[in-house]
Design a protein around this ligand. Structure first.
Ligand code: GTP
Length: 377
């Protein structure tokens, strides 16, 4: 399990809410008392993190090392789930290295295995060329060593996607969540909310999926479960709901506002226009917002995930991804394709989290090295 670490003195003491402002968000539930920060999340002083001289505000950093701090059993269980989810692919790539020779046939087999794993043509070519160079440089002669070199190449390609979601630079940090139907947006928001509130953040949810009543109810259940506020409205304009939520979040000194939006295909132009409007209106409610525009993609959709990332990025300018359902039949190679595309884009679109199950503990930070290993096991 990962956790968030506060790096700012005074964190956990949100500005006093303006009671008058509650009236501006008609259907907002009453603000619960913020969860007490855990000792790990609320250091006695910023210097505990070596930040005494750091002028920067901010941040909660779900750290890569959190994974290693997790209890061995926790860590095993989610890694095992990831591995078993990727096993289909893993075994086919791993199979390539069971022989004794490194020759053209091995590279051809590997090419086919990477393509089968959804890496796509460009990332497959990239990884093959990279591997050949590594083999040449190291003079590796043993297939097991070549497999390890491939893991290095994949980890290096994926590394720029391994970044932390920064919370705390703004009050509130506004996170807009988008994706196609059923990708796992609401579930991811629920899991993220739990982790944030467990670490003392005051979270407010915006039910901007005004289209589907069940979606609002589902988000309300998560809000209830996590004892956080929600701004919701039956029918109406998703942009208006989000505007109300951000305004209420500002007035109440909330740490994070997360907007759940209705699922849609990037080809549904009017629905994508609606999403652009939600983003614009968030900016009207708060100058710098949204601070994060996250796309939730289902890891089982293969190369289609890359198509979704490109299309939503064109429309919204993505700042991060959550790849869900990697415990299912996902082949995982598409992350290599996303990483290569990200490299060409200039600024990587990081994978802040991966989903490896439906439980609260099944939202994990992305670790390039571990993912590369899981892919090849
Ligand atoms: N196995 C598994 N299931 C997941 C994961 N994340 C979400 N789900 C499941 O996927 C289904 C759809 O999740 P939702 O959160 O409702 O998806 P959504 O994107 O909000 O759906 P719409 O609002 O219809 O667009 C639910 O059954 C979730 O429990 C995951 O990481 N692993």
């Amino acid at each position: 399990m990962f956790s968030f670490i506060k790096k700012k003195l005074g964190w956990g003491q949100p500005e006093k809410a303006d009671p008058a402002d509650k009236a501006t968000a008609p259907e907002a539930s009453p603000a619960p008392a913020p969860a007490a920060p855990s000792p790990a999340a609320a250091p006695a002083s910023a210097s505990a993190f070596g930040l005494a001289s750091a002028p920067s505000p901010v941040a909660w950093v779900p750290q890569a090392q959190d994974d290693t701090q997790a209890k061995p059993t926790d860590r095993r269980s989610w890694l095992d789930r990831l591995k078993s989810g990727l096993r289909k692919t893993g075994s086919s790539i791993a199979q390539v290295f069971t022989g004794t020779r490194i020759d053209d046939a091995l590279y051809e087999e590997l090419e086919a295995a990477l393509l089968m794993a959804d890496a796509g043509v460009a990332a497959t070519e990239h990884l093959l060329a990279d591997l050949k160079q590594r083999v040449k440089d190291t003079k590796a002669t043993d297939p097991a060593a070549v497999k390890a070199l491939l893991a290095d190449g994949i980890a290096e390609l994926l590394k720029p996607l391994e970044q932390s979601l920064q919370i705390g630079q703004h009050t509130p940090t506004v996170i807009m969540v988008a994706g196609v139907n059923g990708a796992g947006k609401t579930t991811t928001i629920g899991k993220l909310t739990r982790h944030l509130s467990d670490h003392g953040a005051q979270v407010l949810l915006a039910a901007a999926d005004t289209f589907r009543a069940a979606a609002r109810e589902q988000l309300a259940v998560w809000a209830d479960r996590n004892r956080v506020q929600i701004v919701s409205q039956e029918g109406g304009d998703p942009a208006a709901v989000t505007f109300d939520a951000v305004t209420a979040g500002k007035a109440r000194g909330c740490d994070v506002v997360i907007a759940d939006t209705a699922g849609r295909l990037a080809t549904q132009i009017h629905l994508m226009d609606e999403l652009k409007k939600v983003k614009r209106v968030i900016g009207k409610a708060m100058d710098s917002a949204p601070h994060e525009v996250l796309l939730v993609v289902d890891g089982n959709t293969g190369q289609n995930a890359l198509t979704q990332v490109k299309a939503f990025d064109d429309a919204l300018g993505l700042t991060g991804l959550v790849v869900t359902k990697l415990d299912g039949t996902a082949k995982g190679g598409v992350l290599a394709a996303i990483a290569l595309w990200s490299r060409q884009r200039g600024t990587p679109v990081p994978v802040y989290f991966i989903g490896v199950g439906e439980g609260l503990e099944d939202l994990q930070t992305f670790n390039a090295r571990e993912f590369a290993r899981a892919l090849l096991e």
